[in-house]
Design a protein around this ligand. Structure first.
Ligand SMILES: *Cc1c(COP(=O)(O)O)cnc(C)c1O
Length: 362
């Protein structure tokens, strides 16, 4: 490869598109005649205002975000949203959560600090290897929202059908699938995503929130920074934002528009994932961990069935130039994260390597 870069299968931070990195490299010493890099630039400057405005406008175009939704860039990564969602959206103090794995469990634990949490569906019985049926959930009338983690990064499942929320607000953590396929924003009350999985550098979340959910009457003890209203009223410039992340994400939004938008990237992602899943389905050594219809196109967990063999594979793959194929420590096994920016060549090379390893270890 041109820059001697590795195929990085990390679950996050993850690969970014090479053309984007090249553009950033060109602009790093002097951003478009401003005499400075975006890292050194005032967030109140005209130059930066244009960067953030364009990033928002491009994201709106890319996702076709309706006018009655705000787009917010908030620091604190994904994890802060586990608290911000209940702090801002719990009006009656009751929320429903679908439990599908590690990240929804974290969201549940945090929400419990602020109100009553009802787990309306769970796939815990089968180790979170599938997405439970959410077509007829038992949702109390006074529930403020229904929450899902739309793609469980560690467990490798994805919702291909959204839950029937029976008129209640849907909140979705899209961190590990953001911009990987078209999304009908109008079906959600709030979408949030930590950007370091599918978009840019770590340390920021994008929040897309329907305007009527931005409230004034939240707990007065809620830190100013944790109120969505603070960020909405100041157009994400209440304090110094993560300028660098906004700039990089903006470049990725443009890159996605240039290759044909979310329909185009979805097609690429489907083709890419198919290469890996087809092999796993045919292999006698490796096996995918997730029920077929719920398999993520982004995070692919798989196992050999033996911890020793898994460890041997991790060591051999590293040697061969593939990075971060070890499964998350909480579930073990192996995992390949193949986000938007992982080239198809990378997945094909991985499959060739898996085949070779299988032959040598038959
Ligand atoms: C990574 C991840 C998070 C947490 O993101 P941080 O920025 O590390 O806090 C939350 N939800 C999902 C689904 C993730 O993949």
């Amino acid at each position: 490869m041109k820059y001697d870069r590795t195929y990085n299968f990390s679950a996050g931070p993850a690969m970014m598109p090479e053309p984007v990195l090249e553009e950033i490299q060109k602009e790093v010493l002097n951003y478009r005649g401003s005499g400075m890099s975006v890292m050194e630039m005032s967030h109140r400057s005209k130059v930066f205002q244009q960067i953030i405005d364009e990033a928002e406008a491009d994201l709106r175009k890319l996702m076709n975000i309706p006018d009655n939704y705000k787009v917010l860039f908030i620091q604190g990564g994904g994890t802060l949203q586990f608290a911000m969602v209940p702090l801002n959206l719990m009006k009656n103090g009751v929320a429903c959560y679908v439990e599908t794995g590690s990240w929804s469990k974290k969201a549940i634990a945090e929400a419990k600090k602020y109100g009553e949490v009802k787990i309306v569906a769970s796939s815990k019985d089968e180790n979170f290897t599938y997405v439970p049926d959410c077509s007829n959930l038992d949702i109390p009338d006074n529930a403020d929202y229904v929450y899902i983690c739309e793609n469980e990064t560690i467990n490798g499942t994805t919702f291909f059908n959204l839950p029937n929320t029976k008129g209640h607000v849907l909140v979705s953590d899209q961190s590990s699938m953001f911009l990987s396929r078209p999304c009908d924003v109008s079906k959600y009350g709030l979408i949030w995503a930590g950007v370091q999985k599918n978009v840019g550098p770590a340390g920021m979340a994008v929040v897309i929130i329907r305007e009527d959910l931005i409230r004034e009457d939240i707990d007065p003890k809620c830190p100013t920074y944790l109120s969505y209203k603070t960020h909405a009223d100041s157009a994400s410039l209440y304090n110094t934002p993560n300028c660098w992340a906004i700039y990089c994400c903006g470049k990725v939004f443009k890159y996605l528009m240039n290759i044909g938008g979310l329909t185009a990237i979805e097609k690429i992602n489907q083709e890419k994932a198919k290469v890996l899943y087809d092999y796993l389905d045919s292999s006698k050594l490796f096996k995918g961990s997730v029920r077929k219809e719920d398999r993520s196109l982004m995070n692919v967990p798989f196992v050999t069935g033996s911890d020793e063999m898994d460890a041997k594979f991790v060591a051999a793959s590293k040697e061969a130039g593939f990075d971060n194929l070890k499964g998350h420590k909480s579930v073990g096994g192996l995992r390949a994260s193949i986000y938007n920016a992982m080239p198809k060549d990378g997945v094909e090379a991985l499959v060739e390597f898996l085949k070779k390893f299988e032959k040598e270890n038959a």
